[in-house]
Design a protein around this ligand. Structure first.
Ligand SMILES: O=C(O)C1=C[C@@H](OP(=O)(O)O)[C@@H](O)[C@H](O)C1
Ligand SMILES: C=C(OP(=O)(O)O)C(=O)O
Length: 439
């Protein structure tokens, strides 16, 4: 099911010709859902430009309003299309937090609620109730918070402050446990001294780098004494006006469209340097045989990424642990490559919006591809593909993976394209525009 119980069936369009399109991608989910809580905890009002408006980011806005922040568009009230926002912090009070299926809301907001003066209740989609959650709640308890529950639904009984200090956690299931604590930690009495103690490293390293970089922009002192420990000093979080980059992970299905049709897709405003994991798609597409160029003026901080697809995609062996978010796009590409591919380092995808390893194995299998689920990834053996129903499991990236396959395989029927609203509400229009060259 998509958001609000809405399910929308979609026959994935086949590309009648190689795509040739410019695709403007809205703001980054991960940047937006860090900028918003940092602004709500800051020492004054902040302005965000290029904010993503989608289910996940609107849930973050709702959560922060519920615990006391003011979030306004240019005209004062907030309209669904407003992307230039002003966030004014207020005294933190308890509220009702709806998390939907957003990992960032589930993991980033409880530490804020622990700082509020009053209880906050958290709930979300049924699928969110089985996503890993207790790590961040246990860490908050160890830092002095009172919390009732282990997973959604749960209640954080804020008392107006949190002691903070040293805490150990096993964050091998999600980098968001680390990011969530670090984002609020400057407001804990003693800051935080956080150590990851799991058997496997924390996944999604670029997302932690993103957290550290944004904290530093906000004037917070944060150190990383070892690869798996972080220290945030107590102190104010400065209000910062930010211009948010486009969501590079959301750009990947469109770039993949160029790759699988032998066409060309150009994405403007591609940052010259970024902490977004989606930037890794450049190397991945190159390894698969595409031509990838970042056209950028001397000294400019962004340019246009141009991807031109090859006549046949090459198979790849990739460790995606740092960029697991890209797996559904990459798996769809691998299903159309010239030989077997292996994607590893992504056991933690079993706790994403759905168990993405099982979901990709099932849906790629249903269209005729050979897929073996590994302990920590997928082995994908291409075969002639045929149309079939494609289940999205309420997962935006499963839905877009179906769209990629459907470009070259007639009859791919995605059961719930509406779930793309999690991070890209305009997906079907953007996809249609790309196919008609109007993108
Ligand atoms: O902090 C973030 O914004 C994210 C971190 C990653 O989570 P995991 O470390 O759980 O994979 C990523 O997959 C998710 O889409 C967004
Ligand atoms: C894993 C993802 O989302 P979330 O932020 O809900 O964890 C994702 O967008 O790929």
């Amino acid at each position: 099911m998509g958001d609000n119980g809405r399910v929308s069936h979609w026959s994935a369009p086949v590309a009648a010709a190689p795509v040739d399109a410019d695709v403007v991608v809205p703001g980054s989910k991960s940047l937006t859902n860090r900028a918003l809580p940092l602004a709500a905890l800051a020492d004054g009002p902040s302005r965000l430009t290029g904010t993503l408006r989608s289910r996940d980011t609107d849930l973050m806005i709702g959560a922060l309003r519920s615990v006391g922040a003011r979030v306004e568009g240019p005209a004062g009230d907030l309209h669904p299309d407003d992307t230039d926002l002003t966030i004014t912090p207020g005294p933190l009070r308890g509220g009702d937090v709806e998390c939907g299926l957003a990992g960032t809301v589930m993991r980033f907001v409880p530490p804020i609620a622990a700082l509020a003066s009053g209880p906050s209740t958290f709930d979300g989609d049924l699928a969110a109730r089985i996503r890993p959650q207790s790590t961040v709640l246990d860490a908050l308890r160890a830092l002095g918070a009172e919390i009732d529950g282990e997973r959604l639904p749960f209640t954080v009984s804020g008392t107006g402050s949190l002691r903070g200090g040293r805490v150990e956690m096993d964050a091998s299931a999600s980098s968001q446990f680390v990011s969530g604590l670090l984002l609020s930690a400057a407001r804990f009495d003693e800051g935080v001294d956080l150590v990851h103690v799991g058997a496997s490293p924390v996944p999604s390293g670029p997302h932690i780098e993103m957290t550290l970089a944004m904290l530093r922009e906000s004037g917070v002192t944060v150190e990383q004494p070892t690869p798996s420990s972080w220290r945030v000093a107590p102190g104010p979080i400065a209000a910062v006006d930010r211009v948010l980059e486009p969501d590079l992970s959301n750009a990947t299905p469109f770039l993949a469209a160029a790759a699988v049709t032998g066409g060309t897709v150009r994405v403007p405003h591609w940052p010259a340097t970024t902490t977004q994991p989606g930037d890794a798609i450049r190397d991945i597409l190159r390894a698969m045989g595409a031509s990838v160029t970042l056209e950028i003026a001397d000294g400019a901080d962004h340019g246009t990424l141009v991807v031109v697809g090859p006549s046949r995609l090459s198979a790849v062996h990739l460790d995606l642990s740092a960029v697991g978010e890209l797996t559904p796009t990459v798996a769809a590409l691998c299903a159309l490559a010239d030989g077997p591919s292996r994607l590893t380092g992504i056991a933690h995808l079993r706790g994403h919006e759905t168990d993405r390893l099982a979901a990709l194995a099932a849906e790629l299998g249903a269209v005729g591809c050979g897929v073996t689920e590994l302990d920590d990834g997928l082995e994908i053996t291409p075969a002639p593909l045929r149309g079939a129903p494609w289940r999205a499991y309420a997962d935006h990236r499963m839905a877009t993976a179906g769209a990629i396959v459907g470009l070259v395989v007639p009859g791919v029927e995605v059961d719930d394209i509406g779930c793309t609203s999690k991070t890209l509400p305009g997906f079907t229009t953007m996809w249609a525009d790309m196919l008609t060259g109007r993108g």
